[in-house]
Design a protein around this ligand. Structure first.
Ligand code: MSP
Length: 506
């Protein structure tokens, strides 16, 4: 069975990872965990982008040999992903031989096919984005400077003139437009599609794909004066990683490339054109998410306001950080990160709505039933359970559509329903007059909370594991899917135990 193949961008190793990188990677991890819980085979790829002038210049500034510099920073990404409970299947570095040799093969193939030719490039270049720009893309501003047209960048451009190999991107204008039209799920979310359609309809220029002035890169086969342009090199990682992971047909093509909006064009125009030229099937979709600002400001070196994910997890824990990233801003939109709104959500949604509910239920089962799983009358249909479990397919549909915020909204709607249920049924009063009725109420609550634990597992794996353990689910290895939780009483005959609050108030 073909695996569901999902990817993050390969992050540049010029600096330490920040919340922007963590965002994409956590989102991909949430999707991967969701799919695995639904018994879908998954291949989740992430990694680091290590060639080009941006990295070479950062290494020089740090006074380190480039490879050593790249090794250190690539390791920092891997360490952060371990800390954030990211379960990827493969981590690729563009300096690995498995990647470099295959990039050269692809270059040669396109050269042989006539889709790559030698010419001369004259224009502008943004080192920060590793992007070529023409004179018309970047007209001089009032001070006579040419700035990167990418709104997220706006750094000064360098003028470049050199011999280059070119990729015949122009040849793929019509095939790309046809592909977009025939595959409406390719450009995601749909509000991003127009921008790309307009760009491609406006005509595509052939693009330079080699540099003579940059030494830190993969040599062009047979012409070592040239190194392969870092984006041509990096985009191919999705292919080279799949090829090196065993039977390519089990993985290829990608189901979704998850990327930030600023690199959407590379992924939705250049990359599919490269694959067409290589005669390979295209990814099923390319999803662009929005950007975080921090306290209303763009994160930048000059502002010195990059948020280090560890500063957040130290105070709030890994799960709360993962939760906040996906709850605060709908996937696909832009949003703002602030400690104030994180603290607010933490206290209201995690400590109160969820954590407090779990403690109350455990406390009641402990005092009224000595911690035993509440019994139920088998002839009576579980009322709350019915309306509650019906939410499952709706949540799944949101997850499949990468609407993580929507899925969390539905889950918290369910948690809200449970809180209302406790307050309506007042088991602490009921227990004085009707023990069997109290037991039924507690049964419904425990069972519903087990379902909640399954729903939140992709977002908060540690919390889900704690909830399962506390709620007496011991028959299956965690995480449990809702189906497994519901698949029989055996799943939960363990003792229900009181435990410290899941989310101590901050
Ligand atoms: N190396 C290229 C990608 C090559 S993919 C073949 C690159 N690297 S990067 O280190 O700059 O990472 C960019 C990615 O980091 C974005 O696409 C996005 O996933 C994430 N983010 C970086 N800053 C971000 C925000 N402020 N907000 C949200 N995500 C952002 O581009």
């Amino acid at each position: 069975m073909k695996k569901y193949y999902l990817t993050t961008p390969l992050y540049y190793v010029n600096a330490a990872p920040h919340i922007g990188h963590a965002y994409t990677t956590v989102a991909a991890d949430v999707l991967a965990r969701f799919l695995r819980a639904n018994n879908r085979p998954v291949h989740f790829l992430t990694g680091t982008d290590e060639h080009g002038s941006k990295i070479a210049e950062a290494a020089a500034e740090a006074k380190l040999p480039v490879q050593e510099f790249a090794d250190r920073n690539s390791a920092a990404f891997r360490e952060l992903w371990a800390h954030l409970d990211i379960r990827y299947d493969d981590f690729i570095r563009t300096t690995e031989p498995r990647h470099e040799s295959r990039v050269q093969e692809c270059f040669q193939k396109l050269l042989d096919a006539g889709d790559v030719y030698k010419g001369r490039y004259r224009g502008f270049y943004c080192v920060s984005d590793e992007t070529y720009w023409t004179e018309t893309d970047a007209p001089p501003d009032e001070k006579g400077r040419r700035l990167c047209p990418n709104a997220e960048c706006r750094k000064p451009l360098r003028e470049v003139e050199e011999e280059s190999y070119f990729f015949k991107l122009s040849k793929y204008q019509q095939p790309l437009l046809k592909h977009y039209q025939e595959n409406p799920g390719f450009l995601m979310p749909t509000h991003r599609a127009n921008e790309i359609l307009r760009f491609v309809e406006g005509g595509l220029q052939d693009t330079a794909i080699s540099r003579t002035k940059v030494k830190w890169g993969i040599p062009v086969p047979g012409d070592p004066e040239h190194t392969i342009y870092v984006w041509f090199d990096a985009l191919l990682n999705y292919l080279t990683a799949a090829q090196s992971a065993g039977a390519t047909e089990d993985i290829w093509p990608a189901d979704v490339h998850i990327v930030g909006k600023e690199i959407y064009r590379f992924h939705s125009v250049t990359w599919p054109a490269m694959l067409m030229a290589l005669g390979l099937p295209l990814p099923k979709s390319v999803f662009a998410h929005g950007w975080w600002t921090v306290d209303g400001q763009k994160m930048s070196k000059s502002q010195g306001n990059f948020v280090d994910p560890r500063d957040i997890t130290r105070e709030f824990g890994v799960d709360a950080f993962r939760y906040f990233l996906l709850r605060e801003m709908p996937f696909g939109n832009d949003g703002n990160f602030s400690l104030e709104s994180l603290r607010k959500r933490y206290n209201a949604e995690l400590a109160n709505d969820l954590g407090n509910l779990v403690s109350r239920v455990e406390q009641m089962v402990d005092s009224y039933l000595g911690g035993a799983m509440p019994g139920r009358n088998k002839d009576e249909a579980p009322s709350l359970d019915k309306e509650f479990a019906a939410k499952g397919p709706e949540i799944d549909a949101r997850m499949e559509a990468l609407d993580f915020c929507g899925a969390l909204g539905l889950i918290w709607g369910g948690i809200g329903r449970l809180n209302t249920y406790v307050n309506e049924k007042t088991p602490w009063k009921l227990v004085k007059t009707d023990k069997p009725a109290t037991e039924k109420v507690l049964f419904e609550l425990v069972r519903s909370l087990r379902i909640v634990a399954g729903w939140i597992e992709p977002f908060m794996p540690q919390t889900a594991a704690k909830m399962h353990a506390q709620l007496g689910v011991r028959q299956f290895p965690v995480p449990l899917s809702p189906e497994q939780v519901l698949s029989g009483d055996k799943a939960g005959t363990g003792k229900i135990s009181k435990a410290p609050p899941l989310f101590p108030r901050k």
